[in-house]
Design a protein around this ligand. Structure first.
Ligand code: FAD
Length: 414
């Protein structure tokens, strides 16, 4: 069996793995990425939030992404019947990027991976991790290559960025059920032939069908648009009776007064995908000689598009800490990695939960708007969930609930 020796092995070439490996390469660490599939490959997660820009910038990946002409995302629109709530990232509390992109992930991830290769990272496609053995922080990972051969990769540190593959959580028995109630989604892309000119045609929108059910509309610069329905698993299961995902997505579109005309008669560009019970969690984000990043660790819900931002936040932080460890520093992974990442996860968990209770929807659609509250919530939606100067970060668990209660009481008294 052939053997390779590297400082860091990264599992998976999604955004998390690309950010990690690019940062490590920039800092002269020998790093190898193994990726199970051949790119471009389809993956969900097309609406980014501004926080990701910090990571792509720091990893040296911003210029290539900027040259791709992806649709710019300046904010997000939430719809409920005739009510509209528009967030503009340039009107957020605190510092940070005011814009990001909405992207077909096959092209976006391929651009990232090719750039990482250009930077000199050894990225091997169609190579799947099948096993791992640790001896302290050293590890031997077994992979199956494109030619069906098995080989060993010896590494001093492993970053598991395998997304939904969840390689180390499975191999090391780290899986844990999510705290969120089971939700599922069905999505596809359409040729957006009825798209209006101007902002309306390119605006990213979330249309509430029922409190817990919403439709996403993510227009791309290539003329296609991603359309998806999200709801409790039993609702989505009922919609897609007998596995007819195309019928289910058509039915979902017909429930949207706002988008029925635009998408009622368009063809799906691929058989709509059904993603069942997507939320997941782990018992620990790290162990001796490894860290879990992105979706290989925790995934909450698509409603605030936080998935990619956590993928790049954790990918970048794991790479920085691994670099310091390789340089001989002793790292407190609990404090510097897990506690930090889980703080942000906690903030977004509150927002996701309060979205599905309807409390956050009360705040979003309340008139007249409170500009201070809106700016603070906008900063959270932009991904700046570690800025404790923001009360809607610092006391996230009570701020939304209390304000929603206040609005409800005010309505009852009116
Ligand atoms: P991935 O992008 O999944 O990449 C992991 C890579 O690892 C893959 O290429 C895979 O092939 C590879 N891999 C897997 N197993 C192995 C193995 N054994 N060996 C080697 N390689 C392996 N996020 C957003 O930010 N915005 C959204 O709008 C959004 N919408 C979503 C909608 C739904 C319904 C769901 C379920 C998720 C959504 N997400 C969204 C989340 C988003 O998909 C993920 O957070 C994001 O893709 C995570 O990136 P990653 O790099 O961790 O993993």
């Amino acid at each position: 069996m052939s053997k390779e020796f590297v400082d860091v092995l990264v599992i998976g070439a999604g955004p998390s793995g690309c950010v990690s490996s690019s940062y490590l390469k920039k800092n002269n660490i020998s790093v190898k990425v193994v990726e199970k599939t051949k790119f471009p490959r389809l993956v969900v997660g097309e609406s980014l939030i501004p926080r990701v820009m910090d990571h792509f910038y720091e990893a040296g990946l911003f210029p290539v992404l900027d040259s791709m002409g992806f649709e710019k995302k300046l904010g997000a629109r939430f719809l409920r019947g005739n009510e509209v709530c528009l967030f503009d990232f340039s009107n957020k509390f605190g510092k940070g990027w005011d814009w990001t992109w909405q992207v077909p992930r096959a092209d976006f991830d391929n651009a990232l991976a090719q750039e990482v290769i250009k930077k000199g990272v050894d990225l091997e496609f169609e190579t799947e991790v099948t096993g791992i053995q640790f001896n302290g922080t050293d590890s031997v990972t077994t992979v199956r290559t494109r030619d069906g051969e098995t080989k060993e990769i010896h590494a001093k540190f492993v970053i598991d960025s395998s997304g939904y593959g969840r390689v180390l959580p499975r191999l090391l028995d780290l899986e844990k059920p999510s705290k969120l109630s089971p939700h599922s989604a069905i999505f596809s892309h359409v040729k957006d032939t009825n798209r209006e000119d101007g902002t309306e045609g390119t605006l990213i929108s979330f249309d509430i069908i029922e409190t817990e059910v919403w439709l996403w509309v993510i227009p791309f610069s290539n003329g296609n648009t991603s359309v998806g329905i999200v709801g409790p698993t039993d609702y989505i299961d009922r919609l897609s009776k007998d596995g007819d995902t195309a019928g289910a997505l058509r039915k979902a579109i017909s429930l949207s007064d706002y988008y029925m005309n635009r998408f009622g008669d368009v063809d799906f560009l691929f058989e709509p995908r059904h993603l069942k019970d997507y939320s997941c969690s782990v018992k620990s984000l790290f162990g001796d000689g490894f860290a879990l990043t992105g979706n290989a660790s925790e995934f909450l819900d698509p409603v605030f598009s936080s998935g990619m931002a956590f993928a790049t936040e954790s990918g970048m932080l794991a790479a920085k800490l691994a670099l310091r460890q390789l340089n001989g520093e002793r790292i407190d992974w609990q404090k510097e990695y897990s506690d930090y990442i889980l703080y942000g996860v906690d903030v977004f968990t509150t927002y996701v939960k309060e979205w599905y209770t309807g409390n956050l929807q009360e705040l979003f659609f309340h008139q007249p708007e409170n500009p201070d509250v809106k700016r603070k919530i906008c900063a959270v939606l932009a991904g700046y969930v570690w800025n404790k100067k923001n009360t809607f970060v610092r006391i996230h668990d009570t701020a939304i609930k209390n304000l929603a209660e206040f609005i409800k009481t005010e309505k009852q008294q009116a």
